[in-house]
Ligand binder design. Structure first.
Ligand SMILES: Cc1cc2nc3c(=O)[nH]c(=O)nc-3n(C[C@H](O)[C@H](O)[C@H](O)COP(=O)(O)OP(=O)(O)OC[C@H]3O[C@@H](n4cnc5c(N)ncnc54)[C@H](O)[C@@H]3O)c2cc1C
Length: 292
């Protein structure tokens, strides 16, 4: 397909995606763009929609596994739109979707606003966190969301109230839209107490993460009532390996792509883990990781 002339300077073809995702593997995007503002983003989405070209939005790539074959259609990276787009008004926090989640949490805590601090240290953007209803310590991001603004494939923007987003355990009912902005309703708290709490949570999170380079993912959703780490450990799958991909030996909820890893190996390991867990416990482990 050809994009309108006004957009052609934004479009790259066969762009490698591996450097843009945490696992650092996978093939290219057939078409790729990194708009610098929401207007360019909207024009790209509309052009792709008119050409019936599938669109995928990339935040920080901490929850995406790209297959070796790459991605047909248009991948739009929000990396250039991030900015410092965080607005505090009373107990409300409004954040651009491309802003890093931890940055938004730090801003909230600095303003004495509670409700997001348990999410400190979760990699990724606010948009990615909302789409996947990121959670930690049994609390999800959705519970602090008041509304979100989304871009429709037609180019229209719509504001959805919390109950329209369809938040459930590690998912939402959002589909085919791009999250542009997230508005949180938070609670007034003492800044220094909140800061201490956040720092403690951050230290705990970092100490529980494998001491590896960045090529890591958290592929599975905690099943009801049990952290996936305990489940995988209890069925003896810690450290399980497939080629150059393994579950971490101490923290098996993390999948690590070692040098030479491929997406096929990741997919095989995930399938073997799911089979073993089903066989040994009857639990059908659900995937958090998005497979592109
Ligand atoms: C080390 C590590 C620890 C993690 N710990 C946790 C944890 O404790 N809790 C937890 O819930 N998750 C955790 N995750 C998973 C991951 O960090 C979250 O899912 C995160 O919210 C993904 O954000 P992202 O910007 O990287 O999204 P991406 O990986 O870029 O995208 C994920 C999905 O969201 C979609 N998406 C992203 N932005 C938008 C947007 N603006 N509009 C529409 N769709 C969009 C993408 O199309 C894709 O389908 C962890 C991951 C890693 C690697």
């Amino acid at each position: 397909m050809s994009f309108p002339d006004s957009l052609s300077h934004l479009i790259r073809t066969d762009e490698p995606l591996a450097p843009l995702v945490w696992l650092g593997i996978g093939g290219p995007a057939h078409y790729f763009a990194q708009p610098s503002d929401n207007q360019e983003l909207s024009q790209l989405v509309v052009a792709a929609s008119q050409a019936k070209l599938p669109v995928r939005v990339l935040g920080s790539g901490s929850n995406v596994l790209v297959r070796e074959a790459g991605v047909d259609g248009l991948v739009i990276s929000l990396g250039q739109i991030a900015g410092g787009d965080v607005i505090v008004e009373g107990t409300k926090l409004s954040v651009g979707a491309g802003v890093k989640l931890s940055h938004a949490v730090i801003e909230a805590v600095g303003a004495g606003l509670a409700g997001l601090e348990h999410l400190i240290g979760i990699p990724g953007t606010v948009g990615g966190a909302v789409v996947g209803n990121a959670s930690s310590g049994g609390r999800d991001i959705g519970s602090a969301v008041e509304s979100i603004t989304v871009l429709e494939p037609s180019g229209e923007t719509t504001t959805l109230a919390q109950e329209e987003v369809g938040f459930s355990h590690r998912k939402t009912s959002l589909s085919g839209v791009t999250v542009l902005r997230v508005n949180f309703a938070l609670e007034d708290r003492d800044v220094s107490q909140l800061t201490k709490r956040m720092q403690k949570l951050w230290i705990n999170r970092n100490s529980a993460r494998p001491n590896e380079e960045r090529r890591i993912a958290m592929p599975f959703i905690d099943p009801d009532g049990m952290p996936v780490r305990e489940l995988l450990d209890s069925v003896g799958l810690s450290g399980m390996r497939e080629g150059d991909v393994s579950l971490d030996a101490q923290q098996p909820q993390y999948l690590i792509a070692h040098a030479g890893a491929t997406s096929d190996q990741c997919l095989k390991l995930i399938e073997r883990v799911r089979e073993q867990v089903l066989l040994q416990t009857g639990i059908d482990l659900q995937l958090n990781l998005q497979i592109w």
